[in-house]
Each structure stands twice: as structure tokens, then as C-alpha cells.
Ligand binder design. Structure first.
Ligand code: NZQ
Ligand code: ZN
Length: 389
């Protein structure tokens, strides 16, 4: 196990009706005038935004709105938000939505405290030290941004989708998690969210660091809970207990606890971000295609940890690592299929993928070779993308 520091200071407020706490929590962070960021309309249609505004009014907090943030959010909305913050004396951000909304709010929160171009942080030209306080009302368990220090933004120029990882600056001060707010999710978004949270665990599980048994067992336990609860939410979107378990799993998957004491991989996310950037696919659905392909490649190159996942999570009994790893891939694909996720680029809607551009951009953004678990050279990256067809 490696040395590590773990600090996840977000206050989670979990359960029915918890959005009633929003105004009070925002006031507790010291904010007096906030920018409320939301997506394409689901939070307005459900009445959630109005309920949240009422709590802000009650707490004496003024607010302005930035609406219409789209999935795979882009830099233009971040610049717009920074402009609103600066010209209106805004002192905090409130994100009401999913990863795209939260990540936009985070980028605004960091960018507004920096004199240069906010993209400097994503481009690796500056290190983010501070940001305005961020609060979250989560409506989809998926990206885990409610507990992470990360923000993923696409720069329209060059369509570069980059994940910025900060230790503390971008961790939300609080996150309101009411499972009932997820009842309205369409099945394809529920399923994509499940694939994404499983991927967040596996990116940490497939590590080159050995002897991390406690963290491994945390990962395996959360994965097994997701696999058990997922069919229930797919069968009955209003099953509160199953929604609650999936929601908490999504947060635990990505708030750092599954990575303690080891190097993390994140190759599959890098491969998927290129698909989202080039073809606009839903992040979690893209991961359902990418992850099994990457695991299939690893079955022939470094099967041990894939085999361990197969044995411990899916009950595979093969003694041979390569055989167990390949069966783990089959089991994972079978699970993804059972909740309606795509398994190939074609099923994802990418009929004629430009594998060379995907591979080139992956290495431009991540370096060459890339892959802490097993370093991919461009020829390997092409091979992994080919396994997605
Ligand atoms: O925009 P609205 O109308 O709200 O609709 C959204 C959107 O179309 C809909 N939705 C959300 N809550 C709903 C709902 N529809 C009905 N009822 C509800 N309760 O769901 C759609 C997807 O929303 P989005 O925010 O894009 O989903 P997600 O949370 O999956 O976020 C994806 C983004 O997060 C990034 C991804 O790359 C992608 O850009 N990630 C961020 C991470 C982080 N910051 O730590 C880590 C992840 O690995 C990921 O890369
Ligand atoms: Zn993800």
C-alpha cells in the first residue's frame, strides 16, 4: 500500500425532502448571493428548482440563474457564468442537476477567482488554489461530481474534453442527495449512471499497486451492491430503497475512498472522453463499451487484477488468470446488457468511428505511453478501440 492523504470534506445530506435544507446550507457556507446553475429543463419541469428557490428566499439569499447546461458541458457556458459572477457580486455557486451542471458550476467557481483564462487550469498551465464555495442538489447518481474535486469540461475549439482533478479546491461544501429526485430519470440515463459509477470504482481497482486489500474489498463490496440493486431500479424506477442504495454507491464510487493507498488507472475514462468529445455520446453509455474492451485487451497483457474482480465480484471459479479475466468480461457485458446498455460502438450510435483520430487525441491529451495499470502505446490504443466494434 502507498502513503496517502484522504480528506473528503463535503457534507452529505441524504434522504427524503432534504432539498428543503438547501438555503440553510448555502447560508452556512457564508454565501449571500449565489448563481444557481441547472440543465436543460428536468429540474424546472419537476418543480425542484422552484422548491430550491423558496429555500433560498427563506434563508435570505439572493440568486441569479444560469440555465440550459448541456451534457458533456462546454467552455462557452463557463465564460458566460464567470461574467455573471463578476458583474453581480456573486459569492457562491449552487448546482442543481448532474455531473454536467456541477462541473460547469465548479469551473465557474474556480475561474471567477483567477485573473487569467479559466482554461489555464484544464490545460495544465496553472494550479487551482481557490474557488468560490459550491453547493449541490444532485438529480442523477452517475458522475460522482457531488463528492469529487474534479471538473470535466470540453473546449469547443479543438473539441478537447479534459478532466481537471483538484484535491480540495473544487470539492463541494455540501451535497443534497434525495433519492426521490431520481425517480424521473429515463431508463437509459439510470443505466448510464450505473455504468459510470462502476467505472469509477474499477479505474481505482485496476491499479499497479499491490497489498491494498482493505481498499480492494471496499470496491468489491460497492460493486456487488450496485449489481444487486441495479435490476430493482430498472424494474421499478420509484423503488426508493434501491434508488437510495444506487445514489449512495455513486457518491462512494468517486469521492476517493475507493482509491486510498494506491495509484489509479483512468485509461478507460480517457478513451471514453475522446468518444464523448468527437461523437457527443453519453459518458456512462460510452464507458459500457470502452471498459469491457480495455479489460479484454488486459486479459492477454496483464490479467491478474481482472481475474480477481471476476472471482470476487462475479463468482468465477477458473484458476487460470486469463480464462477468469475473459469470463469477467463476459459477466460484465452480460450485466450491462441486462440493464439495456450498448456494448459496441455501433450500438452507441457511432457507425463509422475514426479510430485513428480517437487514438491520436487520446495520446495528445494523456501522453505516450499512457496507463498506470498497463501502459498503452498508440498501437495498443488502436487495438483497444478495435475491440469496441
Ligand atoms: O439537462 P437536464 O434537463 O437536467 O437533463 C439531464 C441530462 O439530459 C438528465 N437528468 C438529470 N437528472 C434528471 C434528468 N432527467 C430526468 N430526471 C432527473 N432527475 O440527465 C441527462 C444527463 O445529465 P448529466 O449531468 O450530463 O449526467 P451525468 O451526471 O452523467 O454527468 C456527465 C458529465 O460528467 C462528466 C462526464 O464526462 C460528463 O461530461 N464526469 C464528471 C466527473 C467528475 N466531475 O468528477 C467524473 C466522471 O467520470 C465524468 O467524466
Ligand atoms: Zn465517469
Amino acid at each position: 500500500m502507498d502513503n496517502f492523504t484522504y480528506c473528503a470534506p463535503t457534507r452529505y445530506i441524504f434522504g427524503r425532502d432534504t432539498e428543503k435544507e438547501t438555503g440553510k446550507m448555502m447560508a452556512a457556507t457564508g454565501c449571500r448571493k449565489v448563481l444557481v446553475v441547472s440543465g436543460g429543463g428536468s429540474a424546472r419541469r419537476s418543480g425542484l428548482l422552484d422548491r430550491v428557490f423558496a429555500t433560498l428566499d427563506e434563508a435570505g439569499i439572493e440568486y441569479l440563474e444560469l440555465t440550459g447546461v448541456k451534457p458533456n458541458p462546454t467552455d462557452d457556458r463557463v465564460y458566460e457564468g464567470i461574467g455573471i459572477v463578476r458583474s453581480n457580486g456573486i459569492d457562491g455557486l449552487l448546482a442543481v442537476g448532474g455531473g454536467s451542471v456541477i462541473d460547469t458550476a465548479k469551473a465557474i467557481a474556480g475561474g471567477a477567482c483567477y485573473e487569467g483564462d479559466f482554461w489555464d487550469f484544464w490545460a495544465g498551465k496553472a494550479v487551482m488554489e481557490k474557488a468560490l464555495p459550491i453547493g449541490v442538489v444532485l438529480t442523477i447518481p452517475a458522475a460522482g461530481s457531488e463528492g469529487s474535486g474534479n471538473s470535466v469540461i470540453t473546449k469547443i475549439e479543438g473539441m478537447r474534453k479534459i478532466s481537471l482533478r483538484t484535491d480540495f479546491a473544487l470539492r463541494p461544501k455540501f451535497a443534497i442527495l434525495n433519492p426521490e429526485l431520481t425517480f424521473s430519470l429515463p431508463p437509459e440515463q439510470t443505466a448510464a449512471g450505473i455504468a459510470d459509477m462502476m467505472a469509477h470504482i474499477m479505474e481505482r481497482y485496476f491499479s499497479p499497486t499491490s497489498d491494498v486489500e482493505t481498499t480492494d474489498r471496499v470496491c468489491e463490496g460497492v460493486l456487488m451492491a450496485i449489481i444487486a440493486e441495479a435490476p430493482k431500479v430498472m424494474a421499478d424506477p420509484e423503488d426508493y430503497q434501491a434508488r437510495a442504495n444506487i445514489m449512495w454507491a455513486g457518491t462512494l464510487a468517486h469521492n476517493g475512498v475507493c482509491g486510498c493507498g494506491r495509484r489509479e488507472d483512468w485509461t478507460s475514462h480517457g478513451l471514453e472522453h475522446e468518444l464523448s468529445a468527437l461523437y457527443g455520446v453519453t459518458h456512462g453509455a460510452g464507458l459500457a463499451v470502452v471498459f469491457p474492451a480495455w479489460m479484454t485487451f488486459m486479459a492477454s497483457h496483464k490479467p491478474e487484477k481482472i481475474a480477481q474482480l471476476g472471482r470476487r465480484v462475479f463468482g468465477i471459479e477458473d484458476a487460470d488468470d486469463k480464462g477468469a479475466a475473459l469470463k469477467a468480461v463476459d459477466a460484465l457485458r452480460g450485466f450491462f446488457r441486462s440493464i439495456g446498455l450498448p456494448l459496441t460502438l455501433g450500438e452507441l450510435g457511432v457507425e463509422d468511428p475514426d479510430l485513428e483520430t480517437l487514438s491520436r487525441k487520446f495520446h495528445e491529451n494523456k501522453g505516450t505511453p499512457f496507463g498506470p495499470y498497463y501502459p498503452l502505446q498508440p498501437v495498443d490504443t488502436m487495438a483497444v478501440y478495435r475491440l469496441m466494434r
